[in-house]
Design a protein around this ligand. Structure first.
Ligand code: PMV
Length: 336
């Protein structure tokens, strides 16, 4: 029998910052929805310039969890945070509601993965506030329960998320492959709309797994893509990483399009950016693209190419803004 939860005598708070991440080898499909266990592994980059800062304060006088997002109360998003905090409270053996104040320095839910940096920052802050010295593997496992891709934002640089085999999910965790200094790639994100995405990733993944005739083939091929990407990263082989990453992004979107009803995350500007990036690479500019469950385009390039890539994307009709970032560190505490 687990011991009954400990009450807090006084409020306990901590603050953490985590970078957004996006995958080069895509995660699409869950083997367990409640625990966010992926059906495929993935490989991602953690970004420096796009991040979430979160302060959590467990307070014995609160009657419920509270959420403040970008300075505004966000009760409609609080249930997801509460469900996640229940998992943290149970592991820590503590009973107290919390006030969570979180802010992104980029638009929330427009395909820039705010849930990844958000749950990674919340996990690290909550663990510190409750004085739990969980290792990074445990933090990654917990962050995954908040959002699958959040497991990766615990780490910086190049990160691999393992599919895992256990039903508990204890082996579905991320681990660092190489830090940002190993290969300081740059990213230019073309913002093609500020609207929130039409179909969220969980619903999109479920629909795809249930209805696409190609889902098994996607899952079976993933190990090949992961192995190729690991090699390309270890050898800093840009051409090879470009090929396997664009292949994974297009396969994910092709798969999503093959669901019933098909999922269309691209808009016309998205497509225009992909052509522009392909044309640059054909001209010898070291750049490639990826796209997540939304219409923004992420262009990954060698640092020398960043000005060319930024200008080319700015020049595409329909591109509202281009946000730049290098690779950044893993989630960490900070003093607000
Ligand atoms: O963690 P989620 O549920 O936001 O899913 C992320 C899915 C993609 O962004 C499309 C791919 C990925 O690997 O990040």
């Amino acid at each position: 029998m687990p011991a009954s939860p400990r009450e807090l005598d006084a409020p306990a708070a901590a603050s953490a910052r985590a970078g957004a991440n996006f995958a080069l080898i895509k995660y699409w499909g869950k083997r367990d929805v409640a625990l966010n266990l992926p059906d495929v592994g993935s490989i991602s980059l953690t970004l420096e310039a796009l991040h979430t800062e979160t302060t959590v304060r467990f307070d014995p006088t609160l009657a419920a969890d509270e959420l403040v997002l970008d300075g505004e109360p966000a009760p409609e998003r609080a249930p997801r945070i509460s469900t996640f905090l229940d998992v943290v409270r149970e592991r820590a053996g503590v009973r107290a509601f919390a006030r969570v104040e979180t802010a992104n320095n980029f638009p929330t839910a427009a395909g820039l993965a705010s849930s990844a940096s958000g749950f990674a920052a919340l996990t690290v802050a909550a663990a510190a506030a409750l004085e739990q010295d969980w290792d990074e593997r445990t933090l990654s496992e917990l962050a995954r329960i908040g959002s699958g891709s959040a497991a990766r934002s615990i780490f910086g640089g190049f990160v691999e998320m393992k599919r895992g085999r256990y039903r508990t999910g204890s082996d579905s965790v991320a681990k660092p492959i190489a830090d940002a200094r190993h290969w300081p790639l740059q990213v230019a994100v073309a913002i093609t709309t500020r609207a929130e995405k039409a179909v969220g990733s969980t619903e999109g993944m479920q629909r795809t797994a249930e209805t696409s005739p190609f889902y098994r083939a996607w899952v079976e091929n993933q190990e090949n893509d992961l192995a190729e990407a690991r090699d390309a990263i270890a050898n800093k082989d840009f051409e090879h990483l470009a090929e396997v990453s664009e292949g994974s992004a297009l396969a994910m979107h092709g798969l999503a399009m093959s669901a019933r009803p098909g999922l269309l995350y691209f808009n016309a500007t998205t497509m225009e950016c992909l052509h522009r990036i392909r044309a640059l690479r054909a001209d010898g500019v070291p750049v490639f693209f990826t796209v997540d469950a939304g219409p923004q385009v992420k262009a990954i390039c060698e640092s020398v190419a960043l000005p060319t890539v930024r200008d080319a994307l700015r020049d595409v009709d329909g591109v509202l803004d281009v946000v730049e970032s290098g690779l950044g560190p893993g989630a960490a505490l900070y003093a607000p």
